[in-house]
Structure formats: C-alpha cells, structure tokens
Design a protein around this ligand. Structure first.
Ligand code: ADP
Ligand code: MG
Length: 293
C-alpha cells in the first residue's frame, strides 16, 4: 500500500503546478544530485524570432527569405516557425515546397521553385561538400557568440545566406537554477545547439556545465554517461528529441508547454513550463519522505 504521506504529497504537487504520474515517483527524487536541462523550450522560451538575414553578394534578401520561409514552412521546429513567420512579414506569400525532409537535429531539406534547398546547421553543408567561409562565416560566429542561432541557407550547390534567429531565456530560469544549487544539485545544460549559443545561455542563468552540439538520439547517452559516473539524474525537457532522455533519467520532468511525446515520457509534468516548479517538486518530495521516515 502507498503511504498516505505520498498521496498527500501528490495532491500538494498539483497545487504547486506539478502533475505527478504516481505516488512512487516522489521516492525516486530523493537521491537526485544532478539536473540535466534541455535548453530550447526549457531554459529558454523557445519562442524564436528572425532577427537578421545576410546574403552572399549575388542573392537578394527577399529571395533568400522567400526560399528559407518556404522550406521551413513544412517544419514544426521553433526555429522553422520563426523563419516562416519572419519571412512572411517581409515578403508576403511564400512558394510551395516539395520533396521536403526534416533532418532531425540538423535542419531541413526541400525543393522550392526548382531549387534544391538546405537550411540548418553549418554541419549540413558537408552533405553537399560545401563549407561556410568568408563574410557569412563571420556573421555566423558573431551571432553565436551573442547566444543566437545561425541558420545556413544553401541551394543548388552554393551557400546563399545566413539567417539569425534568437530565443530568450525565461524570466524565471535564473532564479530556479540558483534554487537548484541551494538544494545541493548540479545543473547541466544539454542542447543540440552550437557551443557558443549554449555557453551564452548558460552564462545568463548561472550554469557552468554545458554539453552542446548533441544529436537528438545522443541526448539519452549523455544521461547514461552521468549515471555510469554514479550520478542520480533528473532530466528536464520539452521536445520530441528529449523523450528518450526523459525516460532514461532517474526522474524525468517534462514541460507542460512541450510536446505530448515528452509529457508521456516524463514522471512529472511542470504544468506552466516554469522551471521553479521543478525546484518545488524536489523540495516537496524531500519533505514528504521525511514525514514517512
Ligand atoms: P535543442 O536541443 O536545443 O532543443 P534541436 O536538437 O531540435 O535543438 O536542434 C539542434 C540544432 O539543429 C538547432 O539549434 C539548429 O541549429 C538546427 N536545426 C534543427 N531544426 C532546424 C530547422 N528546422 N531549421 C534550421 N535549423 C534547425
Ligand atoms: Mg527543447
């Protein structure tokens, strides 16, 4: 039978905005010493905006925006939403994309008005034997040093533009992370985004351990590695790409504002998507278990 205190703890969690899958979940929070946090949508709002577009000498800005907006129109990724919305605002209606492919953790590919298009991380360019250099490489480096995400746009075998997308840290993230530290927990930022952007966000919220440029399928391995080092790991995430890591973690906390797949994979749901609720949940379980023992 489940001790009454655990059931009470579960009910108290609901008042704090934390949905707990079962009373036994509170037990597993006890040993947690490491909290792995996904960046986009978890520490940041995930509401990205298109803030800049730079083209090579031969490509018109409008053309770059039309093509990028069109190819990203078929993707649900927050970066894609930002590019499509920003492009529409500047150039109006967007052309169709055909032969669309989502390249998980890298970007997108498709055909727009006869052009074979790639949009995403610079690593994507390797598929076409291209690399980013010259002024557009400088645009990318400057954007990333500033914590922004650079999206490289290429078509028909040439790099055409770099679009800059920016996200903002949630107003409550910094406070939540300092509270995690006060509880004796070590926060680790985990993201598929580039190291510079990850480092800039980490610095803003006070995280010193960062694991960046991690492919979606490899997030789970980062959790496993920490567990192999003897850590008891909580994972906080919101995306499809976080689901396996949420399930692998000793405690999976999903953002109520995130995808259904992530919510399904977690043990706890932070209803409002506010990281401070993760701190409340860990405090609650410690108190609840003290009552029992
Ligand atoms: P995160 O781990 O921060 O939630 P993802 O694993 O979804 O991010 O993506 C990793 C990186 O891949 C992004 O930071 C971005 O550079 C690139 N990327 C992913 N999807 C897209 C897209 N639709 N358009 C452009 N770039 C993308
Ligand atoms: Mg995410």
């Amino acid at each position: 039978a489940t001790p009454t205190a655990l059931l009470v703890g579960t009910g108290r969690g609901a008042q704090l905005g934390v949905l707990i899958k079962g009373p036994e979940v509170l037990e597993s929070t006890r040993r947690i010493d490491t909290v792995v946090l996904d960046k986009t949508g978890t520490v940041t709002t995930g509401r990205m905006q298109l803030v800049d577009a730079h083209t090579d000498g031969d490509t018109a800005r409008d053309e770059a925006l039309r093509v990028a907006g069109a190819v990203e129109n078929a993707s649900e990724h927050p970066i894609a939403r930002a590019i499509t919305t920003g492009a529409r605002q500047e150039v109006g209606e967007l052309p169709e994309v055909v032969e669309f492919a989502n390249l998980e953790g890298l970007g997108v590919r498709g055909v727009v008005e006869g052009r074979a298009v790639l949009a995403g991380r610079a690593a994507l360019l390797e598929q076409w034997g291209l690399r980013l250099d010259g002024p557009l490489a400088e645009v990318k480096a400057a954007a990333e040093a500033d914590g922004k995400t650079a999206v490289v746009l290429a078509w028909d075998g040439g790099v055409r533009a770099v679009l800059v997308v920016a996200d903002t840290v949630k107003p409550t993230s910094q406070q939540a992370i300092s509270q995690l530290r006060e509880l004796g927990l070590t926060p680790v930022l985990l993201t598929g985004d580039n190291s510079a952007a990850a480092g800039a966000v980490a610095a803003q919220v006070g995280i010193s351990e960062v694991v960046a440029e991690v492919m979606p399928a490899d997030k789970v391995e980062v959790v496993q590695r920490l567990q192999a080092e003897g850590k008891a790991v909580a994972m906080v995430g919101d995306g499809v790409n976080d689901a396996a890591a949420l399930a692998q973690a000793d405690l999976g906390l999903s953002m109520g504002t995130g995808t259904d797949i992530a919510i399904e994979a977690g043990d706890l749901t932070l209803v409002r998507g506010d990281l401070r609720a993760a701190v409340d949940a860990i405090r609650l379980s410690r108190r609840t278990l003290k009552t029992i023992r």
